[in-house]
Every structure is written in C-alpha cells, then in structure tokens.
Design a protein around this ligand. Structure first.
Ligand code: F6R
Length: 589
C-alpha cells in the first residue's frame, strides 16, 4: 500500500503536479499525504491527514520534489506519521511503501547514537540510517541508499531525496516502482498511471536494481555491486478504458454497470488465452487457484466450476496461506493467481514460492504490466478496464467468467462456456433496470441500520455468499458473514434475532430445496429473509429476482449484494469508493 511519486528535472511548480500524481495513487492508501519540495538547498514539507480531495497548496517552483499517500502500518494516522520523513539536519528526506520488519533494533541503535525521531513510523529509520551512511559513501546518495537498503528486512520500496545534490535515489524489494523518462525530467512512481504527463518511456525496476535520478539524468545500478546497468526503457502504455465518472455519482455505480460489457468483451477477446490456460491445467499434475479477498472467492467459485463442468479437481488457497501448502508443489504443478491489481503482496509472495519449487505460473490479471503480469508464464487479461472504486466488482465478475469459460474449454465445450457468459451479460443488463435497482434500494432502506447480516448459499452459491457478505460489510460497515447453507445452524444461528436480515441464495439448481429449508429455520427464529434467485418462495420476506442462467449463476448473483451494499452505504453516509481503513492495492503483509 502507500503511493509514492518523485521528480527531478526542469524547475517549475512541480509540487502541485506531485499532489496531482498522488491523487492518481490514492487508491493505494488515503489516510494522510505529504509532499516535499527542494528549494535553495532546503526541503519544504507539506503534510495533511485525511484524503487529498480538493486540497490546494501553493508550492514554490522547484527542480526536485516527491510525495506520498499513506495507508498506516506503524503508527496512527497523524500529521507526524505522514511521510515524507526527514533526517536530523533536514538535508535528506524519505518516502516509503512497505514495512521495515526490523525497525525496532534499527531505531534503538539510532536513538543510542543521538538521532532524534519525530514519528512512530518504521519508515523514519530509513532517513536516519541514510544520514549515517551518506558521509561513508562520500556524499553519494545512491551508494548510501544501497548500503541502507541492505540492512532493511521486509518488502519495501524507498525513494530518498538529497536536497544538496538535487538527487533522488530509489530501490525496491517486491513492492513496485516504475521509472519514467520525459522531455522535462525524470520521474518515478509506484504505478505507471502516475507517470502520465511526466514520462513517455518507462522502466519497471527489478528487485536488484537501484536508480539515481539527478539533473544529469537517470542511472541504473545493480544494487548489490553498484555496477552500472544499461536501462531498457519501453513506451509508457496505460490500461485502456474510460477513467472518468461520466454520468455516474460514484465509481462503484459505474463499475457495477459496466459488468455486462466486461463479460461480452471477454467472450470476444480472451478466447485464445483461455484455451491456453485450459491446456496448461490439462497438462499439469496438480493445479492451484490463489487469490485474496474478493479474488479468493472468485477462485473458490472456480474450484466448484472445474469440478462440476470438467470433473477436474483444482485446489484453492487464499494467497496469504499459500506458502503453508507449497510443499505439495513440483515442477509439474500449475499455480494460477487471480488478481485485479497484479500487485497484492500475498499473491506475489505465493508466486515467488511456487517459482522456487519449479511450478508453472499462470494469472488472471486486470492490470497489464503489473508485477504479477510480468512474472507469470501464461496469463488471461481480464480487460475490465481501470477499476477505481476500492471495492472490486467488475474484476470479480470477469475472473469468474474466465474460470467458467476455462472449465468449459477443459471439458471440450468452449462454445457452451461463451453462450453461458453472454446469457449472464444479458441477464445483468436486465437486472440493471431502474425498477430492479429501486427494489434493491428499498431493501437497503429496510436493513441499513442493522448491526448484523448473514448470507447463505450452497454449492456454487457458497463462494457467492462469502463474496456477498464481504461486499456488504466493507462498504456499509454492517457486520455481514457468509456461510455454507448447512453451516449456520452449527453455531452462528445463535446470533439470529427477530429482524436480523438474512440473504438466501436460491438458484434453480440442486441446492434449492435444501437452502430453502435452511431459510425456513432462520425465519423460525425471526430472521428477515431476503431471497435471491429466479423464483420467489413463501419463505422470503422480500425477493430480489435474478435470471436463470444455469452454471453462470455466480455471474449474476454478485450484483444484488454489490447493489445492496452500495445503497446501504449511501444511506449510512459512507463514501462507497473509498471505505474507511481500506486500500485498493494491498502491497503489505
Ligand atoms: C474487496 C476487494 C479486495 C480485493 C483483494 C485482492 O472488494 O477489492 O478483497 O479483491 O484485496 O485484490 P487484487 O484482486 O488486486 O489482488
């Protein structure tokens, strides 16, 4: 998490441009932000807590500046903990994404040597370590950073500024950094998106790289030896797709509405990549799907689809737990990561572990040229376009559609897969009618003041129930939990009180009779039953209809929960695009 951006070049009012770049990076964290500009050998710092929103600052013209948007890991959301962090003399400044895992002993030894700390962050140690290392490196910031980075444990990206030499230096371990070359100067950021307008050509830093950005240009080193490397810059290519809100009030609303188009596009454009993925699964001896959060529920849906459609066992693990299963991996294994951003650290670590075991790596990824996209052997690009709401909606649906089509390709029925996805796209389009949305809004009005909500589903609808609960809770802050239909009565039914909302997924498949009897048990305890499925039933207090699309049901079943969460959030006064405590790209463990 955390977004970082830096610039060295022509003197101009770069501080405002840094702030603008930080707006682009705010999806990585938005609890505070800060900008440092170098003017006449001094570093001026502007920091604030909260989102950037309409913030305006009059920055003086400067040839060097950088900025940071924070997602707190160490230390509360305070002005002092916001980056940049300075050394004792105010000559050096640091911005950092990641966690310095050994910061306590480092901080203790720096304090013992007389360094003065002003924040509670792990990041501030980097500034003070640099202060000690700089004289030993004869004032060369890049050499000093190389020595300091060698002492940091954890996954980190660091940009350091030396205002006296007008230089930035940067290095990374797993956390992403992209260097940009433009007409007016050199730039560097956590994401190529922020380099738009600053760079025409970019270089994605590797873990062994260290880069210096100075008035003389960009120099790339091997961080371990500090020998110079040739830098292969490539044109900056950004994810295609509309980035504005258009007529929509929020990105969440826009991205929910885009789902039918995303599915149609996948059917049109992704067939070749899907055939390759199906062949790789066929050839593997043990295939694993890994994902985090919403992506994990798409992955679990995939495990059901492969079993049901292709009679193939595909393992499923959440990204952060994958390393505890890596012992099963061999060079015949295939590990397929699902990730919108392609930067989720638990996924990247899982893939690094899989690679060490010799496994083949695949990905379903939305952001082209992300870390995941660049590291795998085969990929399916989701082509969902920029997903700007922190909650994942259209990327989830795209992942499930790819898995549905892959399962059919594996079963030898690729055309059926496409037909099912197109039927789901048409169904979603119907659901997005004003009348259907009004029905959901009415349910949101009924439940938005509740504290707890439960979601049940069986079979294919079980992972959907998990995803539905996540979607509702993360945006509305109503405590929502999803369960396999048969599980609730093994304990959690104790929490169902008169009026507790319970969402029941009742598709027209073999799970319907059992899930309805579970719903009856909940209703008998006073639960307010919200039925989701093609047919009504007397057990439902309210019915949100969905089209009957067979095995493509997970594609239409996410929307009722997305929409319910969205409207409940609005009624509770929450920002649906940037819910509290979250970040779009989870790049720390
Ligand atoms: C929930 C959500 C998260 C992400 C998860 C993985 O709405 O957005 O649970 O799905 O952080 O992110 P990616 O797909 O970028 O790896």
């Amino acid at each position: 998490m955390c977004g970082i951006f830096g610039y060295v070049g022509e003197e101009r009012e770069i501080g405002s441009e840094v702030l603008e770049a930080l707006r682009t990076l705010e999806y990585r964290g938005y609890d505070s932000w800060g900008v440092a500009v170098g003017v006449d050998g001094r570093i001026g710092v502007e920091k604030r807590t909260g989102k950037i929103a309409g913030a305006h600052v009059d920055f003086p013209p400067s040839p060097i500046a950088f900025g940071h948007t924070r997602w707190a890991t160490h230390g509360g959301v305070t002005h002092a903990n916001a980056h940049p962090h300075l050394d004792c003399d105010g000559r050096l400044a640091v911005i950092h994404n990641g966690i310095v895992e050994n910061f306590r002993p480092l901080r203790d030894s720096l304090l013992a040597r007389g360094h003065r700390f002003v924040s509670e962050t792990d990041s501030e140690v980097i500034a003070h370590l640099l202060e000690d290392a700089l004289p030993q490196a004869d004032g060369d910031l890049a050499a000093a950073l190389s020595a300091v980075v060698g002492r940091l444990e954890g996954l980190n990206a660091v940009i350091a500024m030396d205002v006296r030499s007008g230089t930035l230096a940067a290095a990374k371990n797993v956390s992403p950094l992209v260097v940009g070359e433009g007409n007016r100067g050199a730039s560097i950021a956590s994401d190529g998106l922020a380099l738009q307008g600053h760079a025409d050509r970019v270089l994605y830093l590797e873990d062994h790289h260290l880069v210096r950005l100075s008035p003389d240009g960009i120099t790339l080193y091997d961080r371990r030896s500090m020998s110079e490397l040739s830098a292969d810059f490539a044109p900056l290519v950004l994810q295609s797709g509309e980035t504005g809100l258009g007529a929509f009030p929020h990105f969440m609303a826009k991205e929910m509405a885009e789902q039918p188009d995303v599915l149609e596009r996948l059917v049109r454009d992704a067939t070749g990549q899907i055939e390759d993925l199906a062949a790789a699964i066929r050839d593997s001896y043990g295939a694993f799907l890994v994902g985090c959060g919403t992506a994990s529920y798409a992955a679990l849906t995939g495990a059901y689809l492969f079993s049901r459609i292709a009679a193939r066992h595909v393992n499923f693990t959440v990204g952060s737990e994958f390393k505890y299963h890596e012992h099963f991996l061999t060079d015949s294994s295939l590990v397929i990561a699902l990730s919108q951003s392609g930067e989720t650290v638990d996924i990247i670590e899982a893939m690094l572990a899989a690679r060490r075991r010799g496994a083949r790596l695949g990905a379903l990824v939305n952001v082209p040229r992300s870390t995941l996209d660049r590291m795998v052997d085969l990929r399916v690009h989701l082509g969902a376009g920029p997903e700007q709401c922190v909650l994942s909606t259209k990327a989830y649906t795209a992942k499930v559609a790819v898995l549905l089509m892959t399962a059919h390709a594996l079963a030898g029925s690729p055309e059926k897969g496409k037909e099912e996805v197109l039927a789901a796209a048409a169904g979603l389009q119907e659901m997005l009618s004003d009348a259907w949305v009004a029905q959901v809004r009415e349910v949101a009005r009924r439940i938005h003041r509740e504290e707890h909500l439960f979601v049940i589903g069986r079979g294919l609808a079980f992972p959907t129930a998990l995803e539905a609960a996540l979607k509702i809770k993360e945006v509305s802050y109503i405590h929502a939990e999803g369960f396999a239909g048969g599980e609730l009565k093994h304990g959690v039914i104790a929490l169902v009180a008169p009026g507790t909302p319970c969402v029941v997924y009742a598709p027209s498949d073999e799970t319907r009779a059992d899930i309805l009897s579970g719903a009856m048990e909940l209703k008998s305890r006073g639960g307010y039953m919200i039925g989701v499925g093609p047919e009504p039933d007397p057990v439902f207090d309210v019915h949100l209809p969905t089209p009957d699309v067979g095995d493509a049901a997970p594609l239409v079943n996410a929307l009722p929960a997305q929409m319910l969460g969205y409207h409940a959030a609005l009624l509770r006064g929450n920002d649906p695009d940037k819910p509290r405590n979250l970040a779009k790209s989870v790049t720390v463990k």
